[in-house]
Design a protein around this ligand. Structure first.
Ligand SMILES: C[S@@+](CC[C@H](N)C(=O)[O-])C[C@H]1O[C@@H](n2cnc3c(N)ncnc32)[C@H](O)[C@@H]1O
Length: 217
């Protein structure tokens, strides 16, 4: 996920992550990266300007009909917007305030409730509160020691009868020496099934470079 530097002074996600992690801060570098990108000093490597294609296909086949959806790590808003368009009452949250503000600027008439919140310390009222929970390539950007907490939060959001969709980079598909992503093993993906959450399906996608998994409670 490291940025492809186009200039010698470019700030990279790998550098920021390394410094933040050394200081014991697993997520502080995201705000730094978004801030640097707004100044033209960095590139956001995951910015696609379009929703995740597997999520878009899933949403087209599963209309929301007003059900509640939560998008973890909402970044610039493409994924929450596709769910809102499919009829979900959608909340998108990100730990980086600059990303949340950028999503709100991009979609000024949005029905999405954008929030600044931390997956590692989420609002208690989100517990078991969402019929659809979407976790796409966020946990893989967190160091392994905080992963169990992040995964427990995701599982905790899911309401009875709901669906959680999880997509992460698969282990051994990338060189992790330079920084994030830190891919997940199949067992790590399966570990979202906890606290009453059950695995429905898991499959490798995109030539085995990613996991796509569905869960229910
Ligand atoms: C690799 S990006 C993925 C963004 C988006 N989900 C996507 O598929 O493109 C990770 C996102 O998660 C956010 N993030 C990282 N740690 C977080 C945390 N503890 N709580 C909430 N969001 C977090 C980052 O700010 C960033 O926007």
């Amino acid at each position: 996920m490291s940025t492809h530097s186009t200039g010698q002074n470019r700030i990279t996600d790998a550098d920021l992550a390394k410094t933040a992690l050394a200081a014991g801060d697993p997520t502080g570098w995201f705000e730094q990266l978004y801030t640097a990108a707004e100044k033209g000093e960095a590139v956001i490597p995951w910015a696609r300007n379009e929703p995740n294609p597997e999520l878009a296909a899933w949403a087209a086949a599963h209309p929301g009909d007003g059900r509640r959806a939560l998008v973890v790590g909402s970044a610039f808003g493409d994924d929450p917007e596709v769910l809102a368009a499919a009829g979900y009452a959608t909340t998108g949250f990100d730990v980086a305030a600059t990303a949340v503000a950028a999503a709100q600027r991009r979609f000024p008439d949005s029905a999405v409730d954008y929030r600044v919140a931390d997956l590692l310390a989420p609002p208690p009222e989100w517990h078991h509160a969402f019929d659809l929970v979407v976790e796409i390539i966020n946990v893989q950007a967190m160091p392994r020691d905080v992963r169990p907490k992040a995964i427990a939060s995701v599982a905790g959001f899911l309401a009875p009868g709901g669906t959680a969709l999880v997509c992460e980079v698969a282990e051994e598909s990338v060189d992790t020496a330079g920084g994030p992503p830190w891919p997940l093993t199949r067992a790590e993906v399966e570990s979202f099934a906890q606290d009453g959450v059950r695995l429905v399906s898991i499959e490798p996608i995109r030539d085995n470079t990613r996991w796509w998994a569905e869960f229910t409670r």
